[in-house]
Design a protein around this ligand. Structure first.
Ligand code: HEM
Length: 383
């Protein structure tokens, strides 16, 4: 069986990239010891691209600081199975450091996560998860070019230089077979400790984002990974949406009003119902005069799985500054309804939504993990 845990592979096969990573960490430590303010060196741990699940979803545990999402369409008549298998090989070469384009970059934590759009899923079987397009929602201004797409490449790395180089390499490998549709880069700043080594970044409104989600293995089994049917087992469904955020209007609000919009304290991330950042929001908690501590239109109430009637989604969003300040919302879940029902419930009364305008959107079936004996996409397409 090929179901070996990804972490083992990292330990068993030290790559050239792991060496670069270690060298960079040591170099960083040396630099900080002698001069300037003390900055903790970033440990660059390699993330194996192969295994039961694709990398870039729960591995590494703390999302890398930079993302580049590239969405492309397939040209007519392209052999999809071969294309995906070649992409998988190219991802392996990039992460192993054997692709010359990345020579010299200490980028051990590069991950590339590949998904296919509903049109391609329907070509296999319209009944499969991932076969449906997202409906239109309120607060959208999406040009046709930025709605949907056949192929997703989510490329993450702590070194800001790596994702665009990796994207160029992957597009080069697939030349004349892919037509780029839209791309978006995003970034994460410093993070806030949440629980058991987990951290979460702040978004451009200043609130900590990514606290609630399926973080234990059992929760991920139940909410994140597709249990089947076999061609999609151990894959998941991704939703990618770029939203402009109205920073000036939000920043003009007093902090307590901002906190009521989210339902959490801005500085600490704790829910307005009390406790710490890691405490589950208590949606029933009331003030002595009978008002909900987490208001009826607060984001964490409207988006809460119990009020939306859905499972948990794993959010792994990034902030964007170009073309406009905003959020590159990225969620993973094993049922598209987890997303659509949540956003529908938000649309019917979430105070946050009036500060957002969505300008790009696409759902993808994230392919099951792959390795040398099971090429990327081979459970769905013949090579
Ligand atoms: C596509 C639309 C969105 C969906 C489906 C969504 C979904 C969610 C979900 C499911 C939660 C967890 C709620 C809970 O159980 O407590 C959440 C919380 C949160 N969301 Fe959103 N959200 C969306 C848009 C946004 C936007 C535009 C922002 C910021 C600009 C944002 C920032 C946050 C923050 C700060 C929290 C609270 C902390 C946390 O649990 O991570 N969300 N969101």
């Amino acid at each position: 069986m090929w179901h070996s845990p990804p972490v083992r592979q990292a330990a068993d096969q030290p790559s050239r990239r792991a060496f670069f990573g270690a060298t960079a960490a040591v170099a960083a430590a040396g630099l900080t010891a002698g001069c300037g303010p003390e900055i903790a060196p970033t440990t660059i741990a390699p993330v194996p691209p192969t295994g039961r699940f694709q990398a870039g979803i729960v591995a590494p545990q703390e999302a890398q600081t930079n993302v580049l999402v590239v969405v492309a369409d397939l040209e007519d008549g392209v052999a999809i199975g071969s294309l995906l298998a070649e992409l998988g090989k190219a991802v392996q070469a990039l992460t192993a450091g054997t692709d010359a384009r990345l020579l010299g970059f200490p980028s051990g934590d590069l991950t590339v996560t590949i998904g296919i759009g509903p049109r391609l899923v329907r070509m296999v079987d319209p009944a499969l998860p991932g076969a449906v397009d997202l409906p239109e929602f309120a607060h959208e201004q999406i040009p046709p070019q930025a709605r949907g797409g056949d192929l997703l490449m989510q490329i993450c790395a702590n070194d800001v230089m790596i994702p665009p180089i990796a994207a160029a390499a992957l597009l080069d490998h697939t030349s004349n077979r892919l037509r780029e549709r839209w791309r978006q880069s995003g970034h994460r700043g410093s993070t806030i400790p949440v629980d058991q080594g987990r951290t979460a970044p702040r978004n451009l409104f200043g609130f900590t984002d990514g606290i609630v989600g399926p973080h234990t293995t059992a929760q991920q089994q139940q909410n994140l990974w597709l249990p089947g049917p076999s061609p999609v087992a151990d894959g998941t469904i991704a939703v990618i949406r770029r939203m402009n955020l109205d920073l000036p209007r939000f920043a003009a609000l007093p902090i307590p009003v901002q906190e009521e919009i989210f339902g959490r304290r801005r500085e600490t991330g704790e829910p307005l119902s009390g406790g710490t950042i890691a405490t589950d929001p208590n949606l029933n908690a009331k003030t002595p005069d009978g008002r909900y501590r987490i208001p009826a239109d607060a984001h964490i109430r409207r988006a809460h799985p119990t009020t939306a009637g859905v499972n948990l989604m794993l959010r792994r969003s990034y902030s964007v500054n170009d073309p406009a300040p905003g959020l590159l919302f990225i969620s993973f879940q094993n049922d598209i309804q987890t997303f659509t029902k949540t956003l529908t419930h938000m649309t019917n009364g979430d105070a946050l939504l009036s500060f957002t305008t969505t300008t790009a959107t696409a759902p993808f079936l994230i392919l099951p993990g792959f390795d040398d004996t099971r090429p990327l996409g081979s459970t769905l397409f013949h090579t």
